[in-house]
Design a protein around this ligand. Structure first.
Ligand code: DGJ
Length: 716
């Protein structure tokens, strides 16, 4: 007996089939199928030949492959009783709930009494598929679940590569491409945050797939506490992708456990197709702003200006300078707090003591907040609530609040330790302190930092707690948000150590990296934009002489890189000379004049022939205007520049295109540039011509971005 279901949504179809009422499998996932396609025939057409030397049946790659059915690869579920005996489940499909744009399969294992729900859903107008599993225990035994995957999707055999992100502090989103090969490719993080080293996502791409062409699909696991993601190729060639927490969970009688949520996107239009779908999904269904999205205010963050050396007069001066440049929010970073005569003068003390340091702020934060407000800016504050220094009043009073397993030596990280948020007293203390700060000051923004990995992360009974710790954090964030609905929160973890859709459900911005080096940022941001829309990616104009890399970079380059994200400044503004001040003011105004459409549009990366080039476009949602940021990071190989081919335009519309920063043409690099693009009227060309023939920018020195503006004269 075979049953089939189809899920049609925004130009895509997914077909499921189940034989003999077993767990369903995905038999089709791609472009919308005609209404009358025969789903049974489709499923049958995929029956594979049985060959010698194998089991007498090809066990289906179901939505949760079961060891108990003889599946030869990685099972989607692993659980044992307290004697270590595995539950070799054989689920049968008992109920199917067909939703408007989703489907939930309910399955029962008669022997164990386990009930599995596999949910695959699209949200309104989004092409991103959200998948999650729930396992309930209706049996008479307790279990320990070591692995519960989200519903498993097959990965096509046409895909040859996994594109994924490695990295470290100040080097987030380092792209690596791994050829798909026989066996398991596993990426994981069990350190309490999604991690600098592995943004929890995998992209599967066919040979030759690029930003503007080719087939690919991608999966992101949206949780920060811990994750495991794997791609397995079986000896028969089939591939499966799994994702889940990868931490032991107790499943007591009458209880249930979940897998977390993974997000899939599919594209036949290159990686930009994935980017468009993920960016829109985050905007519509993940990040929720206090008063709707609104214009993302230009930030000034004082960290790289003063570090821990807070002096109210100096900070007021910086705020005044920032406002004059066009900043709209002042964020007071680390260093403002302390208790009992001890304050945060370096990174060895005071985390946990969330009281305003009277040595630095004798009249509290109010004089600074008032000054910032009088300048017409909003006020943001840095906190790192999950952490504690041993050198603090809090650690002295409550050493039992630390995650510190008995008889084991916890490793310090940046001289700090982690509080056990699953202890309600800890949550209560942190809520009370943050609630006080927000209730007594005009603060509408928290930069929520988290500067160390969780190691030896077990509770008082020695049981792993990463999942519960992350959930407790999310609950704390929600409590703060519901008591202070106007407050926005930035997720920072030594830069981009905690970026994932789970965290973004409770926050509004990510601090992508502690590197304010625009050269590094340009590369990182362009990778991150596959999964994140520009307006949530904090991007600051850093100091002329970059603190984390030593590079010296021009103001236009720094400002243009910042313009492509959520723009801000982070430097000692007293270092700016007149020319830099003028340029920064102009680029900031340009950002403000255009952010409304930029932050609704699609951020597309372009495929450039030259390895030193890295170009992106932001195209408005109506495709009536665009910015092209044509960047060069190294000394060009060729004697002159090649055309850059645009993307995402209306092929029939005619666009007037102009080079906006022709004043940056350096005559030592470009001797002559007789191109109407640099003139006041620019050039008018069709979308087709711009996408197929392209436009030629001036010859750059390294670390240059040419900014072109396009406006449609006629739309089709
Ligand atoms: C790490 C963050 O990423 C920085 O931006 C800054 O806030 C420091 N922590 C402060 O300690």
């Amino acid at each position: 007996m075979i049953q089939c279901w189809r899920l049609d949504h925004v130009g895509q179809t997914i077909v499921f089939s189940s034989r003999q009422q077993r767990l369903p499998e995905v038999v089709y996932c791609g472009d919308l199928l005609p209404d009358n396609d025969d789903l049974h025939a489709l499923a049958d057409s995929l029956n594979r030949p049985l060959t010698p030397g194998t089991l007498d049946q090809i066990v289906p790659l179901s939505l949760l492959p079961e060891e108990g059915r003889g599946f030869p690869g990685q099972p989607g579920l692993r659980l044992n009783d307290d004697a270590g005996r595995p539950a070799l489940t054989q689920f049968t499909l008992t109920e199917t709930e067909e939703l408007e744009s989703g489907i939930v399969f309910k399955c029962t294992d008669a022997r164990s009494g386990l009930v599995l729900s596999l949910s695959l859903k699209f949200q309104t107008e989004s092409r991103v598929l959200e998948v999650s599993s729930v396992l309930a225990n209706n049996g008479d035994r307790d279990w320990l679940v070591s692995w519960l995957s989200v519903p498993v999707l097959p990965v096509g055999e046409e895909f040859t590569d996994i594109i994924e992100y490695a990295g470290r502090w100040t080097q987030e989103f380092n792209r690596q491409t791994v050829p798909i090969s026989r066996g398991v490719h596993l990426r994981e993080n069990r350190r309490g945050r999604s991690g600098h080293d592995h943004f929890p996502a995998m992209i599967f791409a066919e040979t030759g797939a690029a930003y503007t062409k080719g087939h690919s699909c991608a999966v992101h696991f949206g949780f920060s506490g811990t994750h495991e993601m794997l791609l397995e190729e079986l000896p028969d060639g089939r591939r499966q992708a799994q994702a889940g927490y990868g931490e032991m969970q107790r499943l007591c009688r009458g209880d249930s456990v979940t897998s977390g949520i993974a997000y899939w996107a599919f594209s036949s239009r290159g990686l930009n197709g994935l980017a468009c779908d993920f960016q829109q999904h985050v905007r519509r269904h993940i990040v929720t702003y206090p008063q709707g999205a609104g214009a993302r205010p230009v930030h000034y963050n004082c960290w790289e200006a003063v570090y821990f050396d807070h002096r109210v007069d100096e900070l007021k001066d910086l705020a005044s300078r920032a406002a004059a440049l066009g900043a709209e929010r002042f964020v007071l970073d680390d260093g403002w707090f302390g208790a009992n005569g001890q304050g945060r003068d370096d990174d060895t003390t005071s985390l946990g003591d969330w009281f305003v340091d009277p040595r630095k702020y004798p009249d509290g934060l109010h004089p600074l907040v008032d000054h910032v407000e009088a300048l017409g800016m909003r006020f943001g504050l840095w906190v790192e609530p999950e952490m504690v220094n041993l050198e603090s009043a809090l650690a002295r009073k409550h050493p039992e609040w630390l995650i510190m397993p008995a008889d084991a030596k916890q490793v310090a990280g940046r001289s700090q330790y982690v509080l056990n948020l699953t202890n309600p007293e800890v949550g209560e203390y942190l809520f009370e302190r943050i609630d006080w700060l927000l209730s007594t000051h005009a603060i509408d923004y928290l930069k929520w930092d988290m500067n160390r990995d969780l190691t030896l992360a077990v509770d008082g009974e020695g049981f792993p707690l990463l999942i519960r710790q992350a959930r407790a954090l999310n609950a704390l964030l929600e409590r703060i948000r519901s008591n202070h609905p106007r407050v926005e929160i930035e997720s920072c973890a030594s830069g981009g150590g905690r970026i994932d859709y789970g965290t973004l459900r409770h926050t509004h911005r990510v601090w992508l990296s502690d590197s304010n080096d625009a050269h590094e940022r340009w590369r990182m941001q362009n990778e991150a934009f596959v999964f994140l829309p520009p307006e949530i990616v904090g991007s600051h104009v850093g100091p002329r002489h970059c603190h984390t890399s030593g590079r010296r970079l021009s103001m236009p380059f720094r400002a243009l890189v910042a313009m492509t994200g959520h723009m801000g400044f982070e430097m000692d503004l007293r270092e700016l000379n007149a020319e830099e001040t003028d340029k920064l003011t102009r680029y900031t105004q340009l950002y403000k004049d255009n952010r409304d459409w930029m932050h609704k549009g699609a951020q597309l990366r372009l495929d450039c022939a030259a390895p030193e080039s890295l170009a992106q476009m932001i195209v408005s949602d109506r495709r009536d205007r665009f910015f092209l940021f044509a960047g060069t990071l190294d000394v060009p190989r060729n004697e002159t520049t090649a055309p850059v081919r645009l993307s995402g335009l209306d092929p029939h519309a005619r666009y007037r295109v102009r080079l906006l920063n022709a004043d940056e043409i350096n005559r030592s690099a470009t001797r002559r540039y007789e191109n109407p693009l640099s003139g006041p009227d620019g050039i008018v060309l069709s979308g087709t011509a711009l996408m197929q023939s392209g436009i030629v920018p001036p010859f750059p020195f390294p670390d240059t971005i040419w900014l072109f503006e396009g406006q449609a004269e006629e739309l089709t």
